[in-house]
Design a protein around this ligand. Structure first.
Ligand SMILES: [Mn+2]
Length: 312
């Protein structure tokens, strides 16, 4: 049994269909299926792109039929929190601020005249696990942080599925569940040296940066920084001392991620860590990794639809 792990789609149905067909999936009775392989989606099906419902429908038909599996992305988590009232405050778990609404507008528009369909798709998002730990292969949206995973497992018997109590806690800043979901679905952050500030895309000052948690070659904060390239020169050259690293031994099963909006040449991040998000919503390719049981990831097993450095 092989798995084809497919990157963040963000509402772009055309590259999804083309990539499935390139990998030998055929649409039968409305469901894409492969004679001998299973697709795995890394989450972030929605927000941004022009075909929100079509992407959801394609992927959901596959997971319902057992021709695909999926893990939750931060965009699905946010969509659930956006749709869920906060029992304590009467607001929503993710407040409907202009910023939060703006990030979610394409999805909201797609379901604007179909409240039953909206509730139904949110209910489906709630069935997505935070990670998949399969025989010899692991899948998570952003960061396989064993300590957070173990804490979630110890506290929530339904793990890796998110019960309502955990959803509420994870939507509340200051809880450990918030930190856990931030790390697992959005990636590890490291506090900057005291006195240093980083301004994000919205111009908000931040005292921490997201990091290349797999990159043992990064020696400084600037080298370990993960985010828009145009902001990298804000990040100091101070020695990071390995604070960005998440312990993931080379002897552990390969883990495949999405989330990171990578650019440039497609290939593994390390011998057993790979990422299949190459920024389809910014004109990059939709990427998949075709896993056949290997313990060391191979650049030859990446496939993609759309333009990429290195050719197609
Ligand atoms: Mn993401």
């Amino acid at each position: 049994m092989g798995y084809d792990i497919i990157g963040d789609i963000h509402g772009y149905a055309e590259p999804l269909k083309a990539l499935l067909e390139k990998m030998g999936y055929e649409r039968q009775d409305g469901v894409y299926r492969h004679a001998s392989r299973t697709a795995v989606f890394v989450g972030d099906l929605v927000d941004r792109g022009p075909a929100q419902r079509e992407v959801v429908d394609i992927v959901r038909r596959m997971t319902d039929a057992g021709t695909a599996r999926i893990v939750m992305g931060n965009h699905e988590f946010n969509a659930i929190a956006y749709a869920t009232p906060d029992g304590d405050t009467g607001d929503y778990l993710r407040p409907h601020t202009p910023k939060n609404q703006g990030q979610h507008q394409a999805f909201l528009d797609a379901y604007a005249d179909d409240s039953a369909g909206y509730r139904d798709v949110i209910d489906w998002f709630k069935t997505m696990p935070l990670w998949l730990d399969m025989d010899g292969l692991r899948i998570i949206h952003a960061c396989w942080d064993r300590e957070w995973i173990e804490r979630v497992v110890a506290a929530y018997p339904t793990a890796p599925y998110v019960p309502p109590t955990m959803l509420e806690a994870a939507a509340t800043k200051g809880t450990w569940e918030y930190e856990a979901v931030e790390t697992l679905l959005k990636g590890k952050e490291v506090a900057l040296p005291i006195g240093h500030v980083y301004y994000d895309k919205e111009g908000n000052p931040r005292e921490a940066i997201r990091v290349r948690w797999w990159d043992e070659t990064a020696e400084t904060f600037r080298e370990a920084y993960m985010g828009p390239e145009s902001h990298r020169d804000q990040v100091p050259h101070h020695d990071i001392g390995g604070a960005h690293l998440v312990d993931y031994a080379v002897s552990e099963p390969p883990v495949i991620l999405g989330h990171y909006w990578l650019e440039g040449e497609v290939g593994p991040l390390s011998s057993n860590i790979g990422c299949v998000d190459y920024s389809v919503a910014k004109g990059g390719p939709l990427v998949a990794y075709r896993w056949n049981g290997e313990t060391i990831l191979s650049v030859a097993n990446f496939v993609w639809e759309g333009s990429s450095v290195g050719g197609d």
